[in-house]
Design a protein around this ligand. Structure first.
Ligand code: FE2
Length: 304
């Protein structure tokens, strides 16, 4: 994999960066390429010290213009909604200029602010960010579409330190079978028991394809595999303060070892807008197991 540096934005020549992203590379901007006022950054950094009202992760939902992760009646909550809204809009405008083909059909997911120092966090294994993994959202199956995430380090002095490994096709070839690909591919027509019960009570559930079940399984499989964690090829990159980077976090296995104060916006990219849909993880997995992975499936709880 590669870290592709883009020194100048807006660029004088139009480059189609979809190929780099779909190959599992990271696009890296040493200077934040969108408007992010200093006072907004100062405000976000100050939240970490304001005590119990702020949670470990602040999420902004563009569709409903709401923030979670802070007590709704706390003094900072109103300002936080406006800062996260402005950040999200500014970032979306930049990303749609960088990747117009994706922007035509993408779905906006959440934006987040990560106020905590990553180093030394005491988290259960499947939530640990320092173990290399591919992303999958339990409550928001992508049905074969891809997870694009744009990160910005707003710490005034500290780098945000990532370790990645080879992209999805390489890792899937080595580990997908051991992680249970065949079993999931052949069992897709049976509905998940707990989701059935939720649905029978009229609770909101969405279909979860065999692909989405596998990606959830693979996320945890990689984190639990001590041999993979210790011995896989590793690429280190320390993202400096004031830099921005983006990658498909389901194509590129990644981990974060230290760093504090990062902003992030997630997009779900339709396979139909890829430069080469044959590079989508679902296509890679279907070739490996010789079965379709987007048919059948079970139901995922939207309340998970
Ligand atoms: Fe991740």
């Amino acid at each position: 994999m590669k870290f592709v540096t883009i020194e100048q934005w807006p660029a004088s020549d139009r480059v189609d960066y979809r190929h780099e992203l779909e190959a599992g590379n990271v696009l890296f901007f040493p200077v934040t390429p969108f408007v992010l006022p200093q006072e907004a950054q100062d405000f976000l950094r100050s939240l970490s010290f304001s005590g119990g009202a702020v949670h470990k992760n602040i999420a902004y939902r563009p569709a409903s213009d709401r923030v979670t992760g802070i007590e709704a009646d706390s003094a900072a909550s109103e300002r936080l909604v406006s800062v996260m809204r402005d950040y999200s809009r500014s970032l979306i405008r930049f990303t749609s200029e960088l990747l117009p083909e994706y922007a035509r059909a993408w779905k906006l997911d959440y934006a987040s602010f990560r106020p905590l120092e990553e180093q030394g966090r005491d988290l259960p294994l499947n939530k640990r960010n320092d173990l290399i993994h591919t992303d999958a959202f339990p409550s928001r199956p992508t049905n074969g579409d891809l997870i694009l995430r744009v990160f910005t380090n707003i710490h005034p002095s500290k780098t945000r330190n990532w370790v990645t490994t080879d992209p999805f096709p390489v890792i899937a070839e080595k580990y997908a079978r051991a992680a249970g690909l065949e079993q999931i591919a052949s069992g897709g027509k049976f509905l998940n028991q707990s989701a059935r019960i939720l649905k029978s009570f009229g609770l909101p559930v969405v279909p979860r394809s065999p692909y989405d079940r596998f990606m959830l399984r693979f996320h945890e499989y990689l984190k639990r595999n001590g041999d993979f964690q210790a011995n896989c090829t590793k690429y280190h990159f320390d993202f400096p303060p004031g830099s921005t980077w983006l990658t498909f976090t389901d194509v590129l296995p990644h981990s974060v070892h230290s760093g504090q104060h990062a902003l992030e916006q997630t997009f779900i990219i339709g396979r139909g807008s890829m430069a080469d849909p044959g590079n989508a993880p679902v296509a890679v997995l279907e070739r490996l197991c010789g079965r379709k992975l987007l048919e059948g499936g079970d139901l995922a709880s939207q309340v998970a």
